[in-house]
Write a protein that binds this ligand. Structure first.
Ligand code: NAP
Length: 351
């Protein structure tokens, strides 16, 4: 798994300092960095990173605060070679009508990665946004990463194929970049059987890569035993107060990219640690959300923060003008605790 750059045009954010220049990599955003291990925060490398383990892929060229500037969102190279933008927009808890302007706004801000699901009941609205903006076909479609997920109740070979037909029609696209099992439902395990349908969709070119969500190591091992495959991505609840280190270590050891959902604990972590997050943010002149999201990025984690507000969408993408120093990064690490914001994969089903 490696990281590359991708440039997305983004309006200037006057509250965030322009990122340092990157003379080591001035024109082409093609530097690859191995992130099987987390990227260490390294303030010494903040201005001019000098080597492949540095953060030079996370910087953007300095420009005047009033001019539009380009944010280089890194891309993670998955085990099967596909490149996924490290930051995406989550669309959970937005209704079908409301999600259309939200996705349009995110595309305008520069997002090129949308994270949806059948269970969010808004794939039609996402599809309408893609069609209205032209991101459902041609060159624009190629520039976009679109994830969706199968409902737990539609697991099984035939039902998964039928579900994907419906989802693809709603999304109005020829292919989906990533199709995911939403929950492992170990009390009603059908992941192995369902995976065969996923493989067929991949062979037919309707899906590019196959992922899972909420899988614990025992679920990943069971899937591997039954199918001979590891998913390329495991999307799990992950934020400073719920870091799931055993799961992330297992994933990294098996070449599975880790994607953090609820990366800010749905907002609850913004004031975590008795003001620790706010103090770190204040030291860099950024928001608490940006400080947390930057910590994720430095860990090599894919993130999909959700916001319905254009200003916050822009803020959540604008993470490359500052670097947490090692003490700040460690302070964020130290917030780990048993503070799950969502559900337990052993017992939960999204249905
Ligand atoms: N696979 C799964 O089982 C699973 C489960 C849960 C979530 N997910 C995915 O992960 C995505 C993100 O997770 P999430 O929505 O649960 O939580 P989140 O992204 O951690 O937090 C979203 C909340 O934070 C607020 N927010 C966003 N940006 C902010 C900022 N810059 N400053 C202050 N507040 C901000 C949002 O409010 P506003 O919208 O009002 O700005 C919203 O209330 C979901 O949308 C979904 O795509 C997947």
């Amino acid at each position: 798994m490696t990281i590359d750059n991708v440039s997305t045009p983004c309006a200037a954010n006057a509250t965030t300092p322009a990122a340092p220049a990157n003379p080591a990599n001035p024109a082409t955003p093609s530097t690859s960095v191995n992130v099987n291990s987390p990227i260490p925060a390294n303030p010494a490398n903040a201005a001019i990173p000098a080597n492949a383990n540095s953060l030079n892929h996370l910087t953007s060229a300095p420009q005047s605060s009033s001019a539009p500037r380009t944010i280089h969102v890194p891309q993670i190279t998955l085990a099967d070679g596909h490149l996924i933008p490290q930051i995406g927009l989550g669309v959970l808890r937005i209704d079908d009508e409301g999600v259309t302007p939200v996705v349009e706004s995110a595309l305008e801000q520069g997002y090129r990665h949308i994270d949806g699901a059948a269970g969010y009941e808004n794939e039609g609205g996402v599809g309408r946004a893609l069609a209205a903006t032209g991101f459902n076909t041609g060159k624009a479609r190629k520039s976009l990463w679109l994830t969706t997920k199968l409902k737990d109740s539609e697991q099984g070979y035939d039902s998964a194929l039928r579900a994907f037909d419906r989802q693809q029609a709603l999304l109005q696209v020829d292919y989906v970049d990533m199709y995911m099992l939403h929950w492992p439902t170990p009390f009603d395990w059908r992941s192995g059987e369902t995976w065969k349908a996923f493989v067929r969709l991949r062979e037919e070119g309707r899906v590019r890569t196959l992922g899972v969500c909420n899988f614990l190591p025992e679920h990943l091992e069971r899937l591997h035993e039954e199918t001979g495959e590891w998913p390329t991505v495991n999307q799990i609840e992950l934020h400073p107060t719920w870091q799931q280190r055993e799961v992330t270590a297992f994933c990294r050891a098996h070449g599975i990219a880790v994607e953090a959902y609820s990366p800010m604990a749905r907002g609850a972590d913004l004031d975590a640690g008795d003001g620790v997050v706010e103090r770190i943010a204040g030291a860099h002149g950024v928001s608490a959300a940006q400080a947390i999201l930057r910590w994720h990025v430095e860990n090599g984690t894919i993130i999909i923060p959700k916001s319905v507000h254009a200003e916050r969408q822009r803020e959540n993408l604008d993470l490359f003008g500052f670097v947490l120093d090692p003490a700040e990064h460690a302070a964020m690490d130290a917030l780990d605790g048993p503070t799950r914001a969502g559900h337990d994969p052993m017992t939960f089903t999204y249905a």
